[in-house]
Write a protein that binds this ligand. Structure first.
Ligand SMILES: Cc1cc2nc3c(=O)[nH]c(=O)nc-3n(C[C@H](O)[C@H](O)[C@H](O)COP(=O)(O)O)c2cc1C
Length: 361
């Protein structure tokens, strides 16, 4: 029997050639204009040529003030779409589905690339004013956010929708909304970061409103035949925080709004959370989304081995797996996994001599 990991997956009108996704990973490789560079083409393109079914570009800011750092990728003008177009086209030409993650950092913004230094950048150093549902610091290193007003919340929703339209212009065929990892949408969801007493806070309905309205606005802006995914932190791993039950309930509501896939991550709302370590830790979250919300799910987190990925998909743990660090170590992870699982590996034609030689060895 052929491996489940290498069976195609249909999401609306998009067909993935296998169940292997390159998880979005910030590269901090832009100038302060947020325009894609040669690095994005090489980094993402290599992983598409490496056989992944889906390649998702990093958390991409929907507005300049939505960036994590001044080196983030952005998508807030036609020039940004133009710069990304060769990247999406190259990924598609390799037989992968080009995807992009749209993001707003909220209170985790106005920083520098992590290797430059953790301290927030002040506006006179090229930083910007950060906004959040409530005026609460992320950490001692962060900028103090200003509480968003109703008009600013509506603006953030429309910035996500506008970015989705630009993603289509750029040639992407999969959009993932970054609603996890402690960024703006997650700041609305978690009671630890949302202390509002208006219509965007309080109970589950209030705290999920921004996410529901933004998902609906993006769905309306993004073509019907293309899949829309959402990445959630499925738990805060903190007392009094966002819980797995909340996340599964939200996944069910997102399905009703036309979301096709939930990628199940966790944590990062506050520096103090202590997620348990281990390769299988987030798989049960993806299984609950499939079984209870009846929605396709993506598993992510410490997936490194072909046999492990096969077991997750074949065992019904998730519809597809996303790999981050393993893909940094080996851009051809998917081709190597195919060989390991006895599946024909579609090496790029110009590499044929190396592969044929290896087969003789
Ligand atoms: C260098 C790097 C950058 C990352 N940037 C993002 C990002 O832009 N968006 C996101 O949702 N997760 C991001 N992550 C998290 C990964 O997508 C993934 O969820 C996490 O690393 C766990 O998967 P892994 O064990 O396969 O690395 C990043 C991880 C790494 C290592």
């Amino acid at each position: 029997m052929s491996p489940a990991l290498f069976s195609p997956l249909a999401l609306r009108g998009t067909r993935l050639r296998n169940r292997i996704g390159v998880s979005p990973m910030c590269q901090y490789a832009c100038g302060s204009d947020g325009l894609a560079t040669a690095w994005h083409l090489v980094h993402l393109g290599a992983r598409a040529a490496g056989g992944a079914g889906l390649v998702v570009a990093e958390a991409t800011a929907v507005a300049p003030h939505a960036r994590i750092s001044d080196a983030d990728l952005g998508l807030w003008s036609p020039a940004h779409a133009q710069a990304l177009r060769p990247v999406a086209e190259f990924i598609a030409a390799q037989g992968s589905v080009p995807g992009i993650q749209l993001a707003h950092a909220g209170r985790k913004g106005s920083t520098r690339a992590p290797w430059v230094g953790r301290k927030a950048m002040a506006p006179d150093e090229g930083g910007w004013e950060v906004q959040a549902p409530s005026p609460l610091l992320f950490s001692e290193h962060s900028a103090l956010p200003r509480q968003m007003g109703a008009a600013e919340i509506a603006q953030a929703t429309s910035e996500f929708a506008a970015a989705a339209r630009l993603a289509q212009m750029a040639g992407f065929r999969y959009v993932e909304l970054h609603f996890g990892h402690g960024y703006l949408a997650h700041q609305f969801l978690s009671p630890l970061t949302n202390q509002r007493d208006d219509g965007w806070g309080g109970d589950f309905e209030g705290r999920t409103r921004f996410v529901r309205e933004t998902a609906a606005a993006v769905r309306a802006a993004w073509p019907d035949e293309l899949p829309l995914a959402v990445r959630l932190s499925m738990t805060d791993w903190l007392e009094g925080g966002w819980t797995l039950d909340d996340a599964v309930r939200l996944a069910g509501e997102l399905k009703g709004l036309g979301v096709d896939l939930v990628v199940c991550s966790s944590g990062a709302i506050a520096p103090g959370s202590q997620p348990p370590q281990g390769p299988a830790m987030q798989i049960p979250f993806a299984r609950r989304v499939r079984d209870e919300a009846r929605l396709a799910s993506g598993a992510v987190g410490q997936i490194t081995q072909a046999s492990q990925a096969e077991e997750i998909v074949a065992g019904g743990g998730a519809d597809l797996v996303f790999l981050a660090r393993a893909m940094l170590r080996d851009p051809q992870w998917a081709l190597h996994a195919a060989e390991e699982l006895g599946e024909p590996a579609a090496w790029p034609v110009p590499y044929a001599r190396a592969v044929a030689k290896r087969a003789r060895n």
